[in-house]
Design a protein around this ligand. Structure first.
Ligand SMILES: C[S@@+](CC[C@H](N)C(=O)[O-])C[C@H]1O[C@@H](n2cnc3c(N)ncnc32)[C@H](O)[C@@H]1O
Length: 302
């Protein structure tokens, strides 16, 4: 049977993909890592290209590496999220491209050239590395990959030394978890993120026996995570590129379920996001600890 690579989840009906295609998006739990696929081992690929240039070129280069010469490659993206730049991106790798458009997407079709150019450079530029200045492992495409998010920085200024067992929901590369583990009174910290790349980086960055880093959906119930003393989070507010407050609401409810009575949740959120009602419904006490620079920081006690 032909081996087909799929990257991402195109909307139903947008493009036909064999049911047995190997999913490689790092945002889909259980997917395979593109970087782990053998050279030329796949017959064809369909890529829903991510919007960032370094991330997109990394994904296309890894896909070209993994598809055999002559194998069919289709790369698509919404027109206003990088679709109109796809053709140039593929041509830069030596592909001869035909293009069509439908349902606000551009579709670029190419056969994998015998000798594509620039794969190594794109793979190096978009791959995991220690980022200078941040001094942490990171990778283009993960949240705020080359700088500390200002909301997370502000949260770190306000969080007191925590104690006991806790969780970091949507931990990213471990920007919050690292400083939290500086408190010797923290006995365990479960960090989870939906992005496999972030999880791999966090595993490098939090080299601490008290930390457990999980590739997981923080919204899913986990009986092992109950009776915690604290939860910290800078919850996601985008789903597939569109702002979605439901994600943050789900994170807040899960945090409350995970905590013991009296346990505390520290949360930073863009100030326009309407989380106050959810916090008040899920926690006994809610205090706004800061409201400046576009961010609100809450301390919520169960
Ligand atoms: C705003 S970022 C915060 C990252 C990190 N805590 C920081 O402060 O830099 C939110 C994180 O949540 C992750 N995320 C999104 N949806 C998720 C889900 N359903 N379960 C777990 N993590 C998720 C994203 O991949 C992202 O790393």
């Amino acid at each position: 049977m032909a081996k087909v690579i799929l990257y991402g989840a195109p909307a139903p009906g947008l493009i036909e993909v064999p049911a047995a295609a190997v999913q490689t998006s790092p945002l889909i739990l259980g997917s395979s890592d593109l970087a782990g696929l053998s050279d030329g081992g796949a017959d064809a690929a369909t890529v829903l290209a991510p919007p960032g240039t370094l991330e997109r070129d990394y994904v296309i280069a890894q896909t070209l590496r993994a598809v055999k010469p002559g194998g069919a490659l289709t790369v698509l993206a919404p027109k206003d999220k990088g679709g109109s730049r796809l053709r140039k991106a593929l041509e830069a790798f030596g592909c001869t491209v035909s293009e069509d458009a439908r349902r606000h997407h551009r579709f670029c079709h190419a056969a994998r050239p015998k000798a594509p150019v620039g794969l190594e450079a794109a793979i190096a530029a978009g791959g995991p590395r220690i980022v200078e200045g941040l001094d942490l492992w990171s990778q283009p495409g993960v949240f705020s990959w080359d700088r500390v998010d200002p909301g997370s920085a502000r949260l770190l200024e306000l969080i007191p030394n925590l104690a006991g067992r806790g969780a970091d929901l949507g931990c990213g590369i471990g920007v919050l978890a690292g400083p939290i583990l500086a408190s010797k009174a923290v006995t365990g910290l479960v960090c989870m993120d939906l992005d496999r790349r972030a999880v791999a980086c966090a595993q490098h960055n939090l080299n601490d026996p008290r930390a457990t880093v999980l590739w997981a959906d923080a919204r899913s119930p986990d009986p092992a995570l109950e009776g915690l003393d604290f939860v910290v989070m800078n919850p996601p507010f985008h789903d597939g590129g569109a702002e979605d407050k439901a994600l943050g609401v789900a994170f807040i409810r899960r945090a409350s379920e995970m905590l013991r009575r009296g346990g505390v949740c520290w949360i930073v959120a863009n100030r326009h996001l309407p989380y106050e009602m959810t916090l008040k419904a899920a926690f006994a006490e809610v205090a706004v600890k800061a409201d400046a620079g576009g961010y609100k920081i809450f301390e919520a006690r169960k």
